[in-house]
Design a binder for this molecule. Structure first.
Ligand code: GH3
Ligand code: MG
Ligand code: MG
Ligand code: MG
Length: 323
C-alpha cells in the first residue's frame, strides 16, 4: 500500500502491469450477501484503482479477511445470521492491526447510523453508492490506515528491540523475567519437569584486561550464537547479566540438562579459539531442576539453586557443570 494514500493508484492498463502494481494498491474487502450488489461495489472500486476481494456473507468474510493485507473493509450492514455489526466485532477480535470498516446501508434511519459507529464502523455510506462520495471517503480512510499501519510496524520494532540483547541477539533480562514465571507455572500446573541452567564465562575480566573489550564482546556474541544453535526450539535462552546467561529448559530433567550444558560448553570452547586471541574460553554451569528440588517451586528457589550450583562449579575449579 502506498504511504499516506494520495488517492487511488493509476488504473492499470494491462494484466502484467496490474500484477506488478498489486502490492502498491490498497486492498479492499467487500462483504455483501447480495452478489449483484457486491459485484457493483467491486466494479466501482476496480475502476477507482483499488485491489478488491469479495466475500458473500460472514463466513466468507472471516476467511478472506487478512489483517496483514486487507487495508479496508466495506461491509453491507444488513446480512442474514451475522449482520455487519456483529461481523465487525468478529473481525476486530481476529486482528491486532486496526483495519477501518465502512458500512454500506440501504437504511437511512439515523439510529442505524449511530448503531453502526457504536458497533465499530469507522464510516458509513448509503446505497446506491455515489462514486464521488465513495472515492473521497476511501481516500481519507486509507490515509488513516497507512498512518496506523506505519505506527503499528514501528511499535512492533520497538517491542522487539526492547526484548532483545543487541550484542548476542538473544532475549534480555526482561525476557527471562517473563519466561521464568510462565514456565514455572506451566511446570507446576501439568506436573512436568523443567530445568534452569545458569552459565557464567570463566575469568572473563582477564579476557577484557588482556585482549580488550572488543575481544570480550566477540566472545559474548559467539556464546549467544552457540546457544541459539545448540538448543531445542522449546529451550529459552537469555542474557541475564554481563557474562551470565540463562537457559530455561521445559520438559527437561537434571540429567538431560547436563547433556545440554556439556554440548554448549564443548561447542563454545572449540569455536572461541577462532574468535579471540585469548585461546579457548571456558564456561561454568549451574543447574537447578524441578526433579531434584524439594518444596514449593518458585522463581526465587530455582534461581537461587542454579546460582548456588554455579558457585560450586566455580569453587571446584571452573569449566564444569554442577547440579
Ligand atoms: P569468574 O570465572 O569467577 O566468573 O571470573 P570473571 O572474571 O568472569 O568474573 P567477574 O564477574 O569478575 O567479571 C566479569 C567480567 O565480564 C567483568 C566485565 O567487565 C565483563 N563484562 C560484562 N559485560 C560485558 C560486555 O558486554 N562486554 C565485555 N567485553 N565484557 C563484559
Ligand atoms: Mg444485505
Ligand atoms: Mg559473572
Ligand atoms: Mg565470569
Amino acid at each position: 500500500m502506498r504511504p499516506f494514500g494520495e488517492g487511488p493508484a493509476i488504473i492499470p492498463t494491462d494484466v502484467s502491469m496490474e500484477a506488478s502494481q498489486d502490492q502498491d494498491r490498497a486492498q479492499i474487502l467487500v462483504v455483501d450477501d447480495d452478489p449483484s450488489a457486491a459485484a457493483n461495489t467491486r466494479s466501482i472500486l476496480l475502476e477507482l484503482g483499488y485491489a478488491v476481494t469479495v466475500a458473500n456473507g460472514w463466513a466468507d468474510a472471516l476467511r478472506a479477511f487478512d489483517p496483514d493485507h486487507t487495508d479496508l473493509v466495506i461491509m453491507d450492514a444488513v446480512m442474514p445470521k451475522v449482520d455487519g455489526l456483529k461481523l465487525t466485532r468478529l473481525l476486530r477480535d481476529q486482528s491486532k492491526s486496526y483495519v477501518p470498516t465502512v458500512f454500506l446501508t440501504g437504511l437511512r434511519s439515523r439510529e442505524v447510523r449511530e448503531q453502526c459507529i457504536n458497533a465499530g464502523a469507522d464510516d458509513f455510506l448509503t446505497k446506491p453508492v455515489d462514486h464521488l462520495e465513495l472515492r473521497v471517503r476511501l481516500t481519507a480512510m486509507l490515509r488513516i490506515r497507512a498512518l496506523t499501519k506505519a505506527l503499528e510496524d514501528k511499535s512492533r520494532e520497538f517491542e522487539r528491540a526492547a526484548r532483545t540483547d543487541s550484542l548476542t541477539g538473544i532475549g534480555n533480562r526482561r525476557v527471562f523475567d517473563e519466561q521464568i514465571v510462565a514456565e514455572i507455572s506451566r511446570s507446576v500446573r501439568y506436573g512436568r519437569p523443567m530445568a534452569l541452567l545458569m552459565f557464567d564465562l570463566d575469568e572473563f575480566k582477564a579476557v577484557n584486561d588482556q585482549h580488550g573489550h572488543l575481544a570480550g564482546d566477540a566472545l559474548l556474541a559467539l556464546f549467544g550464537k552457540v546457544l541459539r544453535e545448540q538448543l531445542r526450539v522449546s529451550d529459552l535462552p537469555s542474557r541475564y547479566g554481563g557474562e551470565e546467561f540463562m537457559v530455561i529448559a521445559p520438559e527437561t530433567t537434571a540429567e538431560q540438562a547436563q547433556v545440554l550444558a556439556a554440548r554448549v560448553r564443548n561447542d563454545f570452547a572449540q569455536r572461541s579459539v577462532e574468535v579471540s586471541a585469548a585461546g579457548a574460553q571456558t564456561v561454568s554451569v549451574g543447574i537447578a531442576s524441578t526433579d531434584v528440588l524439594d518444596g514449593k517451586l518458585e522463581r526465587k528457589t530455582l534461581v537461587l539453586a542454579a546460582d548456588a550450583a554455579l558457585y560450586r562449579a566455580k569453587a571446584r575449579g571452573r569449566n564444569r557443570v554442577e547440579i
